[in-house]
Ligand binder design. Structure first.
Ligand code: ACO
Length: 328
């Protein structure tokens, strides 16, 4: 039995923050940001719009495409590092806002690999007979944990949400062909939000030192991202039986256009076969893959029988891939 994605959805806040806007906040330039990262603009959620609001919109769009109602869903899982609260989980807030049944709903933290980890969990739940339809949501409002005085990170991130309804595939030819996930906790300090948890509870000092915002050793993260995303892609080919030549679409995590370019070259793909959204949305962490996927499905690039490879790398470190033959 195979599982598949029956519907995708995404939602981006309206407000646009351009590179020119950032030039007024930190010592940077549109030219530097575009050439070093590929980003021209990103979306920003306003103060009164928490992650759950973006997520509900993305989820509703995915349900509509799948032709399902909230009450059809058996499990809601949400990958996020920017939940509305530490608890209750954002998944529980979404369960209530969507009007779903009183089903198991939980968040998990896998950084930018959240959607890949989420698809793997959905695949496993369905194959184990524990659910028929699983709603996998990735949502991030990284601009709410951004250090706006750090030009090395504040130019990178944006807000948004993407979702997928996962369910049984109608046939054995289409659906999720392989999932691959991995982690290395020894490198966690390179990409971390230090304060606010049990290791460093909130205090005046943590606020004064800006420790409630994201810290990233960009250069080091870059090197690991390049290596592990390539490894994840190769594992995807190996486990799925799809060859590089048979691949139609690469949907990579959108962290830096240079990482995406490198990966495409290593996989001998032309950039026409890569779904890219980083120029307009920046790095939306776990949401970047489902947002890109949803765009490519809705505009017809990804269609029935397309071989699709999604590859991610993120905080933890975590990394992985999902290989699919598109079935809708
Ligand atoms: N504007 C102008 N100059 C800048 C800026 C900026 N916004 N940011 C850094 N610089 C300067 C630095 O100060 C440095 O100057 P110096 O040489 O005088 O010291 C110079 O530019 C080069 O800095 P680097 O950090 O070496 O720049 P790099 O080319 O590595 O680009 C970047 C930085 C974009 C953060 C890159 O390292 C990167 O993309 N890292 C990986 C991010 C990633 O993969 N994330 C994936 C998982 S994490 C997640 O997605 C949440």
């Amino acid at each position: 039995m195979k599982t598949t994605i029956l519907g995708t959805g995404s939602f981006l806040p309206e407000k646009v923050l351009t590179n020119a806007d950032l030039e007024k906040i930190v010592d940077t330039s549109d030219e530097w940001i575009r050439t070093r990262t590929g980003i021209s603009e990103r979306r920003v959620a306003d103060e009164n719009t928490p992650s759950s609001e973006l997520a509900v919109r993305a989820a509703q769009n995915a349900l509509d495409m799948a032709g399902l109602k909230p009450e059809d869903i058996d499990i809601i899982i949400v990958g996020t590092v920017t939940p509305d609260y530490s608890f209750p989980s954002t998944a529980c807030l979404i369960q209530n806002k969507l009007g779903a049944r009183k089903i198991m709903s939980y968040d998990f933290s896998a950084g930018c690999t959240g959607f890949i980890y989420g698809l793997k969990q959905a695949d496993a739940f369905i194959k184990a007979g524990m659910a028929k339809y699983v709603l996998v949501i990735a949502v991030e409002e990284l601009t709410k944990i951004t250090n706006w005085t750090d030009r090395g990170t504040c130019v990178l991130f944006g807000d948004g949400s993407g979702a997928a309804v996962v369910g049984p595939s109608k046939d054995d030819e289409h659906g999720i062909l392989a999932t691959y996930t991995a982690a290395d906790g020894s490198l966690g300090d390179l990409l971390i939000l230090k304060a606010g948890g049990s290791a460093m509870p909130a205090s005046h000092e943590t606020v004064d030192k800006n420790l409630h915002t994201l810290y990233m050793a960009g250069n080091d993260v870059f090197k690991h991202a390049v290596r592990q995303m390539e490894e994840s892609a190769l594992k995807g080919f190996e486990l799925s039986g799809i060859s590089m030549e048979q691949l139609d679409w690469l949907v990579p995590h959108q962290a830096n256009i240079r990482i995406i370019d490198f990966l495409a070259r290593r996989l001998k793909l032309s950039m026409e076969q890569v779904v890219v959204t980083i120029h307009k949305y920046g790095n939306t962490s776990a949401s970047s893959i489902p947002i890109a996927l949803d765009e490519a499905v809705r505009d017809g690039r990804i269609e029935k029988d397309s071989n699709v490879l999604m590859v991610a790398f993120g905080a933890g470190f975590t990394w992985g891939s999902v290989t699919m033959r598109w079935g809708i």
